[in-house]
Design a protein around this ligand. Structure first.
Ligand code: MN
Length: 494
């Protein structure tokens, strides 16, 4: 399962083709240092060591991340494995790259062993991510190449590394919306963790691709022609095959009934803008009858991780049931690269993809962590609650979507809208019915907050049931300004 070995020329070519004015000199210098530093060592695969950092850097460049991160990818193992010091990296490449290399080196020290270490490792990942999410990108690229070359490791290490990738790395990639990375991590680990199931999924998939391949490519051609006739000749239409682990999970869910898996091979259509997405949907439905209940508008209602697309499943020619996924290039990049795509848009000056709530939350944590080390553990706990738990989507009566963690209450909702609404809320109408302010909300609830202008401050008891850090902080802040809080201060002073 070895991946193609990348050379420095491959990396340079990729960056020249996909970056705007990349600092190739910087990347070349990082390569030269890494190459000479690792010169005498081999990987367990028998290849020269430099193959590994090159692969890591290549992956980062594929994600389109800043050249500094690509350079840090080339240098990520030099401090631990060679005589190079952090000071040398810093003086040759600057503080930013040195800090990235340093963080990756520190993160390496944790090894996964049982549940306790699991939590510990998760914390370290959180911490690294909160201080600089780019460190986690390097970690993902590092892990991907290690999984690709896992066959060379002794058996017990294969198990540990695959388990850790499946349980820790893949979910984090998913949370960050990096589905491409998540899928790769899962499939590579799956092969080691459940080899029999892996082979079975592979057999099913290759049989199906052989069976359906020809008709799907006819459908792709027909689609392209149809779109061109409507003036959408720029639309990119291509097939995508479901990933193995995702197929395995879906088969489990449907009691191994393959006929229920409609997206084994899906057709993806990438167009210029949102209007064209809906136009394409209309064209498809005019030509082919849609399956009831399978039209999903993730553009108007994005998934919690920010995923946007239109999905529909139709009875296409030859009675083939095919799922179509329609999106813009920006949505596509976000779906594949998640937070990393966000970074990429920011750099090139294109309009950034709309932040989801948890991204903002992450940025806030990042700021707080860098500011004070005091309530460090407490903050880590909060991060776990806020960033990683499953999210729910709740609506305002006006149809705005509020992204909240699972178990969030009307008070969290109120504060997510505006502090003043949080501070003055007295009751909540959930789907038209008055509910207690502590009632956990569910996805798709429509929530209306009843406020009382005369209310001066929130009820301190709300602290006991709110789920978001934002609401908790606001309630605490407000408590300091209450009569009671003021009195306490006076007494302390007095
Ligand atoms: Mn490495």
């Amino acid at each position: 399962m070895a991946e193609a070995t990348r050379t420095i020329d491959d990396l340079m070519r990729l960056m020249t083709e996909t970056y705007k004015n990349p600092d190739l000199g910087l990347v070349r210098r990082a390569y030269d240092l890494a190459e000479s530093a690792h010169h005498d060592s081999l990987r367990l695969t028998g290849e020269p060591y430099i193959v590994h950092p090159l692969s890591v850097a290549y992956k980062l460049a594929e994600m389109g991340i800043h050249p500094n991160v690509v350079a840090a990818g080339l240098l990520h193992d030099v401090i631990e494995d060679t005589g190079i010091t952090l000071e040398e990296v810093s003086s040759s490449f600057g503080e930013d790259i040195a800090a990235l290399v340093d963080s990756v080196t520190k993160l390496k020290k944790v090894k996964y062993q049982g549940t306790e270490r699991y939590v510990e490792n998760l914390r370290k990942m959180f911490l690294a991510m909160a201080s600089d999410v780019r460190v986690v990108f390097i970690k993902f690229a590092d892990r991907l190449h290690n999984l690709q070359t896992l066959y060379a490791q002794p058996h017990h290490k294969q198990e540990r590394i695959a388990r850790e990738s499946m349980d820790i790395y893949a979910p984090i990639a998913g949370r960050l919306g990096m589905n491409e990375v998540k899928g790769e991590l899962e499939d590579l680990s799956f092969a080691y963790l459940q080899p029999k199931e892996y082979e079975r999924a592979q057999a099913i998939l290759s049989t199906k691709v052989r069976e359906k391949g020809a008709s799907v490519s006819r459908i792709i051609d027909a689609t392209q022609k149809m779109l061109a006739e409507e003036g959408l000749e720029n639309a990119q239409v291509h097939g995508r095959v479901k990933r193995l682990y995702s197929l395995y999970k879906k088969l489990q869910k449907y009691d191994h009934d393959l006929s229920k898996v409609y997206d084994l091979i899906a057709v993806r259509i990438i167009v210029d803008d949102i209007t064209q997405c809906y136009t394409v949907l209309g064209i498809l439905h005019r030509e082919w009858r849609p399956l009831p209940g399978r039209i999903k508008d993730y553009i108007a209602q994005p998934k919690p991780n920010g995923y946007q697309s239109l999905h529909t499943t139709v009875f296409a020619d030859e009675n083939e049931i095919v799922e179509f996924q329609i999106r813009t290039q920006e949505m596509h990049d976000l779906a594949e690269f998640g937070v990393a795509a966000h970074w990429r848009y920011k750099q090139t000056g294109l309009s950034p993809v709309k932040n989801t709530y948890w991204m903002e939350e992450l940025a806030a944590i990042q700021k707080e962590l860098s500011g004070s080390k005091k309530d460090f553990l407490e903050q880590l706990e909060m991060m776990k609650i806020d960033v990683f738990k499953d999210r729910i989507f709740v609506f305002t009566p006006g149809g705005d979507v509020i992204d909240l963690p699972e178990g969030a209450t009307p008070v969290d909702f109120a504060y997510a809208i505006h502090s003043q609404i949080g501070n003055t809320c007295t009751a909540a109408r959930v789907n038209g019915v008055i509910e207690d302010l502590s009632t956990p909300l569910q996805s798709n609830d429509i929530v209306e907050i009843v406020t009382d202008k005369n209310r001066k401050s929130p009820n301190p008891d709300w602290i006991k049931f709110v789920k978001t850090r934002h609401a908790r902080n606001k309630i605490r802040d407000a408590a300091r300004h209450t009569v009671k809080g003021w009195l306490t201060n006076m007494i302390r002073r007095g």
